[in-house]
Write a protein that binds this ligand. Structure first.
Ligand SMILES: *Cc1c(COP(=O)(O)O)cnc(C)c1O
Length: 448
C-alpha cells in the first residue's frame, strides 16, 4: 500500500485527533508502516526519528524485545479477565511494584491519562463526602494546566484550545498562577517565581478551602502548555499549604513520570509525598493503553466497608488488563536492567551537546531542559509555525510537533550516537527552512 492511498483512505475513514481535518488536504497524515528503536518507517520505506516518543509515551524505543517477549508470553496465557471479583498475577505484581516506587498504594486502573484524572477527582471528592464534608467537591489547578480531555478532566484543564468549545459541558475549576520560571523578573530566580506563585495559591486556599477537595498539578513541567518548567520549591510549598488547608494534592505524572524529568517521578525532586499520583503514557513503555491512580492509606480507609454507597464506584471494561499490566512490568524491569536513570544522565548530556546550536540561535528564546525534555520559544511571526515546522522536520527525517511557537524534543531513551547527531542536525535544518519561509511571506502577513 503506498503512502498516498493509505493516507487518503485514512482521512476518509478516520477522525484524526487534535487536527482540523481539512488541513490534511494540504498535508496528508504520515502513513507509518513499522518502527524499530527510535526510528519510524513510512509505507515508502523512508525513516523518521521519533523525536517526541509518539506523543510522550515511548521510552525504550519501538518494539523493544523485552516488552515484546512479555506481551507474547502473556497473550499465550491470559488475554483479559474483568477485575471485578477476579484478579490475576500481572495486576497484583504491578500494583505492588508501583506502591513500592511511589510510597502510595491501592492502585486503581483505567486505560488513558484522562481517565486517571477522572478517578483522582472522583476519589478525592468522594473521600470528603465519606468523611462528612460533602461541601468539599471543587478543584483548583494551575494556569495552563493540562490533565486530559474527557469532560471531567477538561474541568481542570486550562488550555483554551482544548477547552473553550466544551466549557459549557463542564464545571470549570479555579486556576491559580503558574510558577512558570520564564516569568522571573531581573534578579529573580526560578525559586523566587515559585514562591510568588505559591503565595497566590495560599491566598486562594484561604478563601476557598472549605469547598475545595483537591489541588491538581503537573509536577515540574506543564508539558501541554508548551513545556513550561518550574522550580521544585512550588511543590514543597503546595504540599505545606494543602496540609494546612485540608485539601488533597493530586500530582499528575502522566507525562513527567518514568524518568522523563531525570528522576523516576518528577515530584520526588521536591521530596514530597502527594495524596494521589496519576500515571499513564510511559507506564507501558508506549505499547498498551494503561493508566493508574495511587493514593494514601488514609484515602483508602475512608472507603473501606461493606456499604456500596461508600465504596469507590468507577469501572471500565478493560480495567487492569493483563496484557497492559505485563507490558508495564516489563517496562519497570528495563529501568533496573538498563540502569536507565543513570544512563539517561550521560545521554542527556550528549543530546544537549547536539542541540547546542539551537540554544545559541538568535531566534530562539528561553532555552530550557530538564531530564529528557528540551524546549525553546521561537521568535517568529510565521503563521501556522507549528504545522510548518512539523512538515519541514519530516522532510529532514524527524518527527517533531511544536506546541504553538514552542519547539521541543522529548525523545525515547535509546538514541545512539547517529540518532543523537541526526536529531541535532534535523531540528536545526527544519528551523532554518521555516525562517526562510518568513521571507517569502507578504509583508503584512509576516507582521500579523
Ligand atoms: C497526556 C496527558 C494527560 C491525558 O492522557 P491521555 O492518555 O491523552 O488521556 C493527562 N495529563 C497530562 C499531564 C498529560 O500530559
Amino acid at each position: 500500500m503506498t503512502t498516498s492511498s493509505l493516507a487518503a483512505r485514512s482521512t476518509a475513514a478516520v477522525w484524526h485527533p487534535c487536527t482540523p481535518m481539512k488541513r490534511h488536504e494540504a498535508t496528508p497524515p504520515l502513513a507509518i508502516d513499522r518502527a524499530s528503536g527510535p526510528w519510524l518507517y513510512d509505507t515508502e520505506g523512508r525513516r523518521y526519528l521519533d523525536g517526541i516518543s509518539s506523543w510522550w509515551v515511548n521510552l525504550f524505543g519501538h518494539g523493544h524485545p523485552h516488552i515484546r517477549a512479555a506481551l507474547n508470553d502473556q497473550l499465550e496465557r491470559l488475554d483479559h479477565i474483568m477485575l471485578a471479583g477476579c484478579t490475576h498475577a500481572p495486576v497484583v505484581e504491578l500494583s505492588e511494584r508501583l506502591a513500592a516506587l511511589t510510597g502510595l498504594g491501592h492502585a486503581s486502573y483505567a486505560s488513558d491519562g484522562a481517565s486517571a484524572t477522572e478517578i483522582a477527582l472522583k476519589m478525592s471528592a468522594h473521600y470528603w463526602r465519606n468523611r462528612g464534608q460533602p461541601g468539599k467537591h471543587r478543584f483548583v489547578g494551575l494556569a495552563g494546566g493540562y490533565h486530559g480531555e474527557t469532560v471531567g478532566a477538561l474541568s481542570v484543564t486550562d488550555v483554551e484550545i482544548f477547552r473553550n468549545a466544551y466549557a459549557p459541558l463542564t464545571r470549570l475549576s479555579a486556576t491559580v498562577p503558574s510558577p512558570d520560571a520564564r516569568q522571573a523578573l531581573p534578579g529573580e530566580t526560578a525559586a523566587d517565581v515559585a514562591l510568588r506563585a505559591a503565595a497566590g495559591l495560599e491566598a486562594w486556599l484561604q478563601q476557598h478551602h472549605a469547598e475545595t477537595a483537591a489541588l491538581v498539578v503537573e509536577p515540574l513541567i506543564q508539558c501541554a502548555a508548551g513545556m513550561v518548567m518550574y522550580d521544585a520549591a512550588y511543590l514543597r510549598q503546595a504540599r505545606l499549604l494543602c496540609d494546612r488547608y485540608q485539601v488533597h494534592l493530586v500530582v499528575d505524572e502522566i507525562a513527567t513520570g518514568f524518568g522523563r524529568t531525570g528522576s523516576l517521578f518528577a515530584h520526588q525532586q521536591a521530596g514530597i509525598t502527594p495524596d494521589f499520583v496519576c500515571l499513564s503514557k510511559g507506564l507501558t513503555g508506549g505499547t498498551m493503553a494503561l493508566s493508574a491512580v495511587l493514593t494514601t492509606d488514609a484515602v483508602y480507609a475512608a472507603f473501606y466497608g461493606t456499604d456500596a454507597a461508600r465504596a469507590f464506584l468507577h469501572s471500565h471494561s478493560y480495567t487492569g488488563n493483563p496484557l497492559a499490566c505485563r507490558a508495564a512490568l516489563a517496562t519497570l524491569e528495563l529501568f533496573e536492567q538498563l540502569d536507565t536513570l543513570q544512563a539517561n544522565q550521560q545521554l542527556a548530556q550528549r543530546i544537549s551537546a547536539a542541540l547546542a546550536p539551537l540554544n545559541a540561535h538568535p531566534r530562539l528564546r528561553h532555552a530550557r531542559q530538564l531530564g529528557m525534555v528540551w524546549a525553546w520559544d521561537v521568535d517568529t511571526a510565521l503563521p501556522d509555525f507549528a504545522q510548518r515546522y512539523h512538515t519541514a522536520a519530516l522532510r529532514h527525517g524527524l518527527l517533531l510537533r511544536p506546541i504553538g511557537r514552542t519547539l521541543y524534543c522529548m525523545p525515547p531513551y535509546v538514541l545512539d550516537d547517529e540518532a543523537v547527531a541526526h536529531l541535532g542536525r534535523a531540528a536545526l535544518a527544519a528551523l532554518e527552512d521555516c525562517l526562510l519561509q518568513e521571507q517569502e511571506l507578504p509583508a503584512q502577513e509576516a507582521s500579523a
